[in-house]
Unconditional design. Structure first.
Length: 86
């Protein structure tokens, strides 16, 4: 049995328009792979100018760090966290 693993990130852009500031969230699929059930999952480490990658999370709110191990029987999406270098 094979399942898909997807590595995605979310980032925000801010438009400073008069009279209000608008923040938009953007999602980007960085990498995906098909892995056999119970096979080891290889961590994908992305690069982004001006940021340091801080890890993968199993939830979109970046509260639950993902611990890499064996591929589960279902598809999963991991969410990456970036930290600004500024």
């Amino acid at each position: 049995m094979k399942s898909k693993i997807a590595f995605a990130t979310r980032f925000s852009t801010v438009s400073k328009s008069t009279p209000t500031e608008i923040t938009q969230a953007h999602y980007e699929l960085l990498h995906s792979d098909t892995v056999i059930y119970n096979q080891s999952i290889m961590e994908y480490v992305p690069l982004r100018d001006g940021y340091t990658f801080s890890g993968w999370y199993s939830d979109i709110n970046l509260k639950t760090p993902y611990i890499f191990g064996s591929m589960p029987a279902e598809d999963i999406t991991l969410h990456g966290k970036w930290v600004s270098n500024d």
